[in-house]
Ligand binder design. Structure first.
Ligand code: MG
Length: 310
């Protein structure tokens, strides 16, 4: 298999933590619903390929996300795993389920905009943050780590541009609650690098430096890797991505365009940045998954390397 030529650039982290969202953010946005055994196999293969942080599933009511209605079963089937394996939790009921399942880390999902908070969470931004307060407090008391997502950080389909100060206000509240890591989501994939720097500047001024931030870019407009590199240059060293670009199927009307982990790994390894990931094993996993889903992976790197893996 072909590997990227490595040429380093000054001012970048020597190691990046890839936070793999394929099993959760990816599969919840795919039309085809996989059985629990296949999901467990997928996660085991991702871990075997060297991914140290894999978000497993979401403890949402089955009626919200039927694709992930087997959360308890999946976590039990997987058993203890090496590395970091958060689950998404939308409310206290979800936290109760996650605690009963024995997870060590949860993630909560907030919105920077009122329109998305209303549509996704059925509440205002302030109400949703109030809802998360007891979730985060109880999780911390139980010894869990909590990641906070902020979605719609750069643009919103109903409101257009999103002011960095608005993102900063939500991020600051999540940090004050005790979230150890904040993931900044470009949920509709509209950001360009100048906007990324503008937001990171605003957050740094508010005391939220890049060391405990993660970035979550979508490739809808082809900007995910440019935005990622811009974030790395700023000092961010945790990047969310989805194996094979899952959840970003270009053939589906609901395409969301998660950055593909393989495309990210190609860039990072080309820059001499350590990830711990075996790119060939990861591509094989995504080709297997594409077969299960019955359509090609939207990842450029998976497709470029596919022929050499046959
Ligand atoms: Mg996403």
């Amino acid at each position: 298999m072909r590997d990227p030529l490595t040429v380093t650039l000054a001012g970048l982290p020597s190691r990046v933590e890839i936070y793999e969202v394929g099993p959760r953010d990816g599969l919840q946005n795919e039309a085809k619903v996989l059985g629990v055994e296949l999901k467990a196999e997928f996660i085991r293969r991702l871990i075997a390929a060297g991914l140290g942080a894999v978000e497993l599933t979401s403890f949402v009511p089955a009626s919200w996300v039927p694709q992930l209605s087997d959360a308890e079963e999946l976590v039990a089937l997987l058993g203890p795993l090496p590395g970091r394996h958060p689950v998404l939790v939308p409310n206290e009921r979800g936290l109760d389920r996650a605690l009963a399942a024995g997870v060590k880390e949860i993630a909560v999902f907030a919105s920077a905009t009122e329109s998305f908070a209303q549509r996704n969470l059925n509440r205002s931004v302030a109400e949703s943050l109030r809802l998360f307060q007891p979730v985060v407090r109880r999780a911390l008391e139980a010894g869990l780590a909590v990641r906070g997502y902020v979605s719609m950080c750069f643009g919103d389909p109903w409101e257009g541009a999103v002011a960095p100060a608005q993102v900063s206000a939500v991020a600051s509240e999540l940090r004050e609650m005790g979230c150890h890591e904040l993931s900044l989501g470009d949920t509709i994939g509209v950001a360009t690098p100048g906007q990324v720097v503008e937001l990171l500047d605003t957050l740094a001024t508010a005391g939220l430096g890049p060391d405990r931030l993660a970035v979550h870019f979508h490739d809808t407009y082809g900007q995910a890797l440019a935005n990622t590199l811009t974030s790395l240059r700023y000092g961010v060293s945790t990047v969310d991505s989805s194996a094979g670009g899952l959840g970003g199927c270009p053939y589906a009307a609901s395409a969301t365009g998660n950055l593909a982990t393989e495309d990210l790994v190609w860039q990072l390894h080309g820059l001499g940045i350590e990830t711990g990931v075996d790119l060939e094993a990861l591509c094989r996993t995504s080709l297997w998954m594409a077969g299960l889903l019955g359509r090609p992976s939207p990842s450029r790197t998976v497709n470029a390397l596919a022929a050499s893996l046959k």
